[in-house]
Design a protein around this ligand. Structure first.
Ligand code: MN
Length: 257
């Protein structure tokens, strides 16, 4: 049997499961809220063109209003000034869009401290147990934040000192960008950086360093708890928006059961 015939058979008999890591996209999907004086994105919205009515008697369709960085989405290198000479979202290599993934679970740490920052030691302790990070693959950072995705306030978890959500330390972001073979970092939060990342040095270190290194971000993932630490094949499907800095994406995980 060919490899792909074997995969089709495994999908049919359930020995390979498809797990949807994508947050539903609707007008209530949480979106980033930057403080003044920065400009913000719009909420997702459907605008009805016709619905089996005089505007189109036999058909239903909508226009969509969305930001590039809305819901589960991919960040391309050009999203950040450090990656401005890199590729846009239409140019992301296909090998990045279908690639192995590992899952690092720090949901207990994030539950105890919403400002938890992943450190180099955290990652090297994980690799000592599970093996190296995948060459050309994704590091998926589980924090349990997906359970807050139904509610914008719980998701952003903001007070008068800003948003409090887990992220990655600047040292670890630099190390992931420059010293590891991953193509990108996937998270459950509204962006790849911590809620308090505006105050880190550099500010927004995952964006600054990973995108600056030609790598990628993937945000608002769900259901990482259903994935094993290693052995997942990730399928990421952003829209090929020409010149775009990112795109909402359907993200699927293939997992052996
Ligand atoms: Mn983004």
């Amino acid at each position: 049997m060919s490899l792909l015939d074997g995969l089709s058979k495994a999908l049919g008999d359930g020995s390979v499961e498809i797990v949807d890591l994508t947050a539903p996209l609707s007008a209530t999907t949480p979106i980033l809220q930057l403080p003044e004086p920065f400009a913000n994105t719009i909420p997702f919205r459907l605008e009805e063109i016709s619905r089996y009515d005089e505007r189109g008697p036999r058909w239903y369709w909508n226009d969509i209003h969305t930001g590039e960085h809305t819901g589960t989405h991919l960040d391309a290198p050009v999203h950040w000034v450090s990656g401005k000479d890199g590729h846009d979202v239409s140019q992301v290599p296909l090998r990045t869009l279908v690639a192995p993934a590992v899952v690092l679970d720090f949901s207990a740490q994030a539950a105890a401290n919403p400002d938890f920052l992943l450190s180099i030691d955290d990652v090297t302790a994980w690799t000592a147990e599970h093996g190296a990070l995948p060459d050309g693959g994704w590091l998926l950072y589980r924090t349990g934040w997906d359970t807050r995705g139904h509610d914008q306030d719980a998701f952003l978890n903001a007070d008068d000192t800003g948003s409090h959500s887990p992220g990655v330390s600047p040292e670890c972001a630099r190390w992931l960008a420059e010293e590891t073979p991953i193509t990108g970092l996937g998270v459950e939060t509204v962006g790849t950086d911590a809620g308090q990342a505006p105050g880190l040095e550099p500010m927004f270190p995952c964006h600054e360093l990973l995108l600056g290194a030609g790598k990628h971000g993937l945000t608002q993932l769900q259901n990482l708890a259903a994935l094993p630490p290693t052995g997942t094949l990730l399928v990421v499907s952003p829209l090929p928006i020409v010149g775009g800095s990112g795109s909402p994406a359907r993200v699927l995980a293939l997992v052996e059961r």
